[in-house]
Structure formats: C-alpha cells, structure tokens
Design a protein around this ligand. Structure first.
Ligand SMILES: O=P(O)(O)OC[C@@H](O)[C@@H](O)c1c[nH]c2ccccc12
Length: 483
C-alpha cells in the first residue's frame, strides 16, 4: 500500500520522469509511430460512456494483472459490451506503452480509444493521433492554462476529443475558459493517490458549462458505478475494477442503460454541494427540542441529527413532524441489527419529507445502508474497525468512538492514531467527544470533511448550551476564513 509521505506529490514525480524520458527519446518514446495516422477516427464523446481501462499496475495498488497483450484485453472488454477503451501508456508506474495503444487500435478499430498518460506538450497530441488515439487525457492540474489551451485546440484541429481531467476547484477554473465538451472528474487525488468518492460530486457544481462529465476512478463494484450515474454523471472510467472482474462491464452497462435521464440521487449531490464552503460540514446531533433545532440551523448546521433509538437524547416521529423545513438536512439516527428493516414509522418520515437521511448506528450491513438512504456510523476500536470503512464504499462512514455497550453520545474521543490512519484512507467524517475546546486542533490536525457534535455542546443530556454552540460555530467559521 501507499506508504508515501504527505509532502510527496506522485503526480509531479511521474510527470517529471516522463518529461525526462521524452527529452531523451522524443515524444514517440522510442516506438515506431507511423508518420501519418493509419486508422480512421471513431468518435469518442457520446451521450453515455463506459470507458474501460487497460491497466497493469498503479502507484497505489501495485500490480493489478499481468495483461500480456493490451489488444487481447481490449477484445475481452469488447466481448463484454465495451465501446470505449482507455489505454494507459505510461511505462514506469502503470506498465503501459505507446505500443499498447497502437495494438489496441489496430485490433479493434471500431472502439473509441483514449490515450491515458501524463501528456505535457502539443507534440504529445500529434503522436497520440498518429498512434491511433481517438481521444487524449489532459490533466488540468499538470498543465499551465496556456499549455492546456494549445493542447486542447490541437486535439480539436485533429478531430480528436480531449478528456479534460479535474480534481479540484482550481482545475475547474482552469478548464472553464475552454468549455471542454468532455470533462472527467477524478475521485482519486493524483498527489496522494487516495480515493474520495464524493469529490466528483463536489467539483461537478463548478462545471457550469454545457458538457458531458465522466466520473473517474475507484469504481470496483456495480454500486460504485450506480452511485455516480445516479448523481448525474454521463460516463464512468474504470480501471482496476474491470481488469480484475471483466463481468463488471456487463453490470455497469446494464445500470447505464436502465438509468433514467434525470439524476435520482440528489441527496449526495446536495451534501457534496454543501461541502464547498472551505470548512467541514457540521452535523449537530442529539436534538430534542425546537429551540435547539432553530439555534443549530441559525448558526449554520448542515445536518441536524435526531436520535430515534434508546438514548438519553431519544426523540420521536411526532417531534420530527412538528419541525419546519430547513436548509439543514434532517438525519435520523437508528440502531438496527444486521438485515433488520427500517421501521415503517421512520420510512414514512422519509417518504413524507420530514426526514432526509438515516444514520445507521447498529450492526447494519452494507446493502442495508446502500438501500436505505443513508450512511453508516462505525464505532472505531482498532485498525480492524477501520478496515470496515471500505465495505460501505462509495458512501462515507461516520467514525465514532467505541464504548462498550453504548451506541454513541458518550463524549469519548477516537484514539488520535486511528483518526490519522482513517484520514490517510480518504473522506473523514468524525464524531466522538468533539467540543468547542478541542475542535480547533481537530480541524488543524485532521482537516475532516464532516464533524458531528452532540454531548460536547450540551448543558445537560438532550439540552444544548447556547454559549457552547456559539463558541463552537465561532471556531468553525474562523477555520473557514483561513482555509
Ligand atoms: O483503476 P481505477 O481506480 O478504476 O482508475 C482508473 C483511472 O481513472 C485512473 O487510472 C486514472 C484517472 N486519471 C488518471 C491520470 C493518470 C493516470 C491514471 C489515471
């Protein structure tokens, strides 16, 4: 696994290595690229695209598969219904080559073929074209705006499609003047190679021009793809997932074809959209009365939590039905056992709009959570409990401290070393013992995506303390301003 230090930027390391190879060997990198393109162009950008990648290894996963011939792999994808193939041509970190690209296009000329590499100059575009690419990846974060523009225009001149890859808000701002017709949002941060499944949903809101948007990376199972499609993405780019399990292509294609044209999953897009504020999302949990609810909403809570399970802070459906609609999402905390259905009373609250989401705090399995409009809260005891986070992907898990026999709200904090490990694995939603005194150091040390506070803001169980609430939001807002 990835043991690199934070200070290292893998993306730049790879790009610099490629730059020196091109300097030594030329943009053709020592391969016999025809002087003129041999294969006809196949249009790349479509209404919906499932882009299947030929990928032997990666910096984060190490070896994925041998793949003796890239064209055999592409043919395998084709038998499963693939129409779009991405060929990683970077040799050192991904084990690919320009030869792979030529082989794939020659064997499967009707496929739409993307050259995936750390391309740096307009000459790279010409070489890709002659080698048979129908599209080229342009990584916005790697290219100065003027270079990005020249490369983009060169793709257009040659009749190729540019897939402009974004990961951050700055990338989106860089691409904006070009208004590229095809954008990819990578959920993997190429600096660290960590996966953030919600990131493409966040950055999607900065893609303001009319275009098709592809969700890139981290799709290992059908649900990962479904999550992206339901969030309104037009395409999926899948590497490891289809290398390890080509049957995934069939599953994803079926999902794509059955997908209604309107996105149906606005709850995660809403959450991702809220995150774009320079501070973590704030969930105020354990609300039991109208006064505290109003205070939380007025101060800027993004999510409000209501405990519908045995607890000193337990509340009920009647209270939820009495609340006004608010900007904050309303989340019910429930404790169910493995496979236990959501009680009708709570399902009705969801269906009737009195609730937005469910936080599962018991021993619910991933499918239960996936089908139940919510996310899992995991009580973290040791590294084994952290390993369970990925079972619930692509949904985030809220991490809470472990207290024997208690479901939460104990005021106990998760051990810092465990939070550090969780932080290194991606999206961090943190609960457990947070209060106005310790929040500043938590924000500084871990930069969580969401913080959840309950007992740390109380004067007595179930009653929020206005001075603690004010002090906490002051901290949070001052953090936003220095971000
Ligand atoms: O194997 P995954 O997680 O499905 O990822 C595929 C693809 O998105 C990823 O390889 C990728 C996306 N953008 C890149 C830029 C360079 C190298 C690789 C990539």
């Amino acid at each position: 696994m990835n043991q690199r230090k934070e200070s290292q930027d893998i993306r730049l390391e790879i790009a610099m290595k490629r730059a020196s190879r091109v300097k030594a060997l030329g943009a053709e990198e020592g391969f016999a690229i025809p002087a003129t393109r041999q294969m006809p162009l196949t249009p790349f950008c479509r209404e919906k695209m499932l882009i299947c990648e030929v990928k032997r290894k990666s910096p984060s996963k190490g070896k994925i598969d041998e793949i003796p011939r890239a064209d055999t792999q592409a043919k395998l994808y084709r038998t499963k219904g693939a129409t779009h193939v991405s060929v990683l041509t970077e040799p050192d970190y991904f084990g690919g080559s320009l030869q792979d690209l030529m082989d794939v296009k020659t064997s499967c000329p009707e496929l739409s073929v993307l050259r995936k590499d750390f391309l740096l100059t307009p000459e790279d575009i010409d070489v890709s074209f002659r080698a048979g690419a129908d599209a080229c990846l342009l990584i916005a974060s790697l290219l100065e705006a003027p270079v990005l523009e020249v490369m983009y225009r060169r793709c257009e001149e040659l009749g190729m499609t540019a897939l402009v890859e974004l990961h951050s808000r700055e990338d989106a701002a860089k691409a904006e003047p070009l208004k590229p017709q095809l954008v990819g949002i990578n959920c993997r941060d190429l600096k660290t190679f960590r996966i953030y499944p919600l990131q493409p949903l966040r950055i999607r809101s900065y893609v303001t021009w009319d275009c098709r948007v592809v969700y890139e990376s981290g799709i290992l199972k059908a649900q990962d793809g479904e999550f992206a499609l339901q969030s309104g993405f037009n395409g999926l780019l899948v590497g490891e997932g289809v290398v390890r399990n080509p049957e995934l292509i069939v599953q994803l294609k079926t999902k794509m074809e059955s997908q209604a044209s309107q996105p149906s999953n606005d709850i995660w897009s809403r959450i991702a959209g809220m995150t774009v504020q320079g501070r973590p999302l704030v969930k105020i949990c354990g609300l039991t009365n109208r006064k505290d609810f109003d205070m939380a909403v007025d101060l800027g809570a993004d999510l409000c939590g209501f405990i519908l399970a045995p607890s000193p802070r337990q509340t009920n459906a009647e209270f939820l039905r009495s609340l006004p609609t608010a900007k904050a999402l309303k989340v019910a905390v429930v404790v169910l056992s493995d496979g236990e259905p959501l009680p009708d009373e709570i399902q009705n609250l969801l269906d009737e709009g009195f609730l937005d989401m469910i936080q599962y705090h018991g021993s619910e399995n991933p499918n239960q959570v996936w089908n139940g409009q919510g996310y899992k809260a995991l009580r973290v005891k040791d590294t084994d409990s952290l390993d369970r986070i990925t079972d619930y992907n692509p949904l985030p898990c809220l991490l809470d401290a472990f207290s024997k026999g208690k479901a939460g709200g104990t005021g106990k904090q998760i051990e810092r070393s465990l939070v550090e490990i969780a932080r290194d694995r991606g999206e961090l939603w943190l609960a457990g013992g947070l209060n106005p005194e310790n929040i500043a150091s938590i924000l500084k040390d871990f930069n969580p995506n969401l913080v959840d506070l309950s007992s740390g803001l109380e004067s007595s169980p179930g009653i929020k303390d206005p001075s603690k609430m004010n002090a906490f939001f002051k901290e949070i807002n001052s953090y936003a301003s220095i971000q």
